[in-house]
Design a protein around this ligand. Structure first.
Ligand code: BMA
Length: 367
């Protein structure tokens, strides 16, 4: 199950529905990643991803980023392989902070990105920036004026253009051209972040996204970003597309969708997760075809994995048959004992995760 990397392996028949429609020869690292993902989709394969995988895990973390060779991984400890995709989080970069909101030094994040890419993996980056109006965090939804204040004519537009975006640009530029699936302003169809559906108009949201794109791509000249739009599940097709920034800006259509335990136990959680996921992926698949874009499950998981067979009996059957390029499970916090989305060595759910990793159509890194 090798991660297909070279353009020469890509000559096979792509699913028309999933191809990018790009008939030009592969030119840039960004094109290469899109072609790689397309090739896996064409074979019915899904890349597995994990957030912050090399930086920390359940009850451990990298202490000295300069000397650590970043070989530790909860996922590798269980399956023998690194995830094919790794997610990293830049919340706090906009403030000029030394470490992210999850207390990960940005130097470590940079090293982890380069290390994973150097091993042949694919990187994705999310961003939970502070609320610039109140100074609180991304989850502060006390004002519906925040997005507006960042746009042209707004009181924080200068801050956005002259501090926040340049700091983000500096970090992305420091990745030496490594292709990155960039996923800002995510879960926007829900209303738990200050850029959420009830906190700004559709036009304001699109302007926020497009301003970010214009700055990073046109002003900074960053050609290595693969732009992902990743609303939350639970929305209608119209709500999903109502805030879509546009085909000229977006490369990849994503979806964040989690499983939640409730009074109905593991079976109820599995049923709810599956029904909603398949409903959303059905319209996402249609949008993918209509807009000529790849689709992915940009975030997923079951916190604490209380279901011992969650991987092979819930997640895998739920996604089976949908042309998603990858799925990414969220982080294993080192300092919150129940906040994890991949098992670690010895955890009761580990054998099932190992079985998942051995499925023919689920792709991890080989090395
Ligand atoms: C959330 C949680 C938080 C974290 C945030 C950004 O879902 O994991 O603890 O700060 O993502 O990584």
């Amino acid at each position: 199950m090798r991660l297909v990397r070279t353009a020469t392996l890509l000559a096979g028949t792509f699913l028309a529905a999933c191809s990018t429609g790009n008939k030009k020869p592969v030119e840039t690292p960004k094109d290469q990643v899109i072609q790689t993902l397309s090739a896996h989709v064409a074979k019915g394969e899904i890349l597995y991803g994990h957030q912050d995988d090399l930086c920390y895990g359940h009850a451990w973390k990298v202490v000295d980023w300069e000397t650590d060779s970043l070989t530790r991984s909860d996922v590798k400890a269980v399956t023998g392989k690194y995830p094919a995709i790794m997610g990293f989080e830049l919340g706090g970069i906009e403030m000029g902070d030394k470490a992210s909101l999850d207390s990960v030094d940005f130097n470590l994040i940079r090293k982890a990105v380069l290390t994973h890419a150097g091993r042949g993996g694919i990187v994705t980056i999310s961003w939970h920036p502070r609320n610039p109006l109140t100074g609180s965090d991304a989850w502060d939804v006390s004002s519906d004026q925040v997005v507006k204040s960042l746009l042209e004519g707004g009181e924080l537009h200068d801050l956005f253009m002259n501090q926040w975006l340049p700091r983000m640009g500096d970090f992305l530029e420091s990745l030496e051209g490594t292709p990155v699936i960039f996923r800002p302003w995510h879960e926007n169809t829900a209303s738990w972040f200050w850029w959420g559906a009830k906190l700004c108009t559709a036009q304001e949201y699109k302007d926020l996204f497009r301003t970010t794109w214009t700055y990073l791509v046109q002003e900074r000249g960053l050609t290595n970003l693969i732009w992902c739009y990743s609303p939350n599940s639970g929305c209608s097709p119209d709500e999903y597309m109502g805030r879509y920034p546009g085909d000229d800006v977006i490369d990849l259509l994503g979806l964040d969708h989690y499983a939640f335990m409730g009074p109905d136990g593991a079976e109820g959680a599995a049923e709810r997760f599956t029904v909603e996921l398949r409903r959303s992926l059905s319209f996402l698949q249609a949008f993918g075809i209509g807009h000529n874009k790849l689709i992915c499950l940009s975030e997923t998981g079951l916190e604490g994995l209380p279901d011992p067979k969650w991987w092979t009996e819930v997640l895998y059957p739920a996604v089976k048959g949908y042309p998603i390029a990858y799925l990414l499970t969220w982080r294993n916090a080192c300092d919150k004992p129940t906040h994890f989305y991949a098992p670690w060595e010895g955890f009761v759910n580990a054998p099932d995760f190992k079985a998942f990793s051995e499925l023919e159509d689920i792709i991890f890194l080989d090395n």
